[in-house]
Design a protein around this ligand. Structure first.
Ligand code: G1P
Length: 271
């Protein structure tokens, strides 16, 4: 069973400036609720019991959001407002599940994953990238079901426009398992259109094996001088570790860019 999830949250959010100059992007509201709470809801509904947040000193605000007891207690004592009491209870419930680790240098998603190494107990764990919201269907839950069936790593995949491939990790398929699940032959981080093996993009949900830590610790910085999870995955595939691309059903919303963030608010307000 997949019981632990990790969420890299140390990113600076430059694509959302000026909103992120003094504010953590994951706490920005999407239709009245902080983006990170959609991700936490997805985890809880998928049966996750422990969540590791990878933050940085600059993103301490995220920890404060979950540990503002004195403030809540004072307000609740004064106001006895049911809505505030409920919100506070929800935050306390989430907090029980969350551990914090730190990534103070922006060395990439792979480096963020490496920071969680000593906390991962089982052979597989889930990673969610908070810029990627998936609504209408719980993508993590579907992926956990695929994992249960095939006992292998799973990545969420989606077709993107050929002209946009350089924004994503792009993978090529090898064998079809069934209608929505395929084995991955190779994966490359943000290729140019010329070198992209397909238009199939990695979306921010991964079920990864514990073995990935060994690969990550041996990796040299890749594209943009960062340690990429994509490169560690490729290295495992080279050693015959199966990775399944799961064609997910929900609707993908990109909350990490200004246009995407605005669109996400509109889309979520419709449901
Ligand atoms: C990361 C991954 C990339 C993946 C993307 C999904 O990129 O490195 O492979 O396709 O998330 O959102 P980032 O969004 O951090 O640039």
């Amino acid at each position: 069973m997949i019981k632990q999830a990790i969420i890299p949250l140390a990113g600076l959010g430059t694509r959302l400036l000026p909103l992120t100059s003094v504010f953590a992007k994951e706490l920005l509201p999407i239709n009245g609720k902080p983006g990170i709470e959609y991700i936490l809801d997805e985890c809880v509904q998928a049966g996750i019991k422990e969540i590791i947040f990878i933050i940085s000193d600059k993103k301490k605000m995220i920890k404060n959001y979950f540990y503002n007891d004195r403030f809540y207690k004072r307000i609740i004592k004064k106001k006895k407002d049911q809505r505030i009491i409920q919100e506070y209870n929800k935050i306390k419930k989430f907090r029980k599940m969350i551990k914090f680790v730190y990534q103070n240098k922006p060395l990439g998603t792979g480096d963020a994953v490496l920071k969680t190494k000593r906390y991962i107990k089982d052979n597989f764990f889930l990673m969610l990238l908070p810029d990627d919201l998936i609504i209408n269907k719980n993508c993590s839950k579907s992926m956990i079901n695929v994992h249960k069936k095939y006992k292998s790593s799973v990545i969420a995949g989606m077709n993107v426009k050929k002209k946009d491939v350089s924004r994503w990790g792009i993978f090529r398929l090898s064998k079809k398992i069934n209608k929505n699940n395929y084995l991955i032959k190779d994966v490359i981080e943000k290729p140019s259109m010329k070198y992209a093996p397909s238009n199939k993009a990695v979306i921010g949900r991964y079920i990864l094996p514990k073995k990935i830590f060994v690969r990550l610790s041996k990796l040299k910085p890749g594209k943009g001088g960062e340690i990429h999870i994509t490169d560690a995955i490729q290295s495992l595939i080279n050693q015959n570790e199966p990775f399944i691309a799961h064609n997910f059903f929900g609707k993908y919303l990109d909350c990490g860019s200004m246009n995407g963030y605005i669109k996400s608010n509109l889309e979520i307000s419709k449901i």
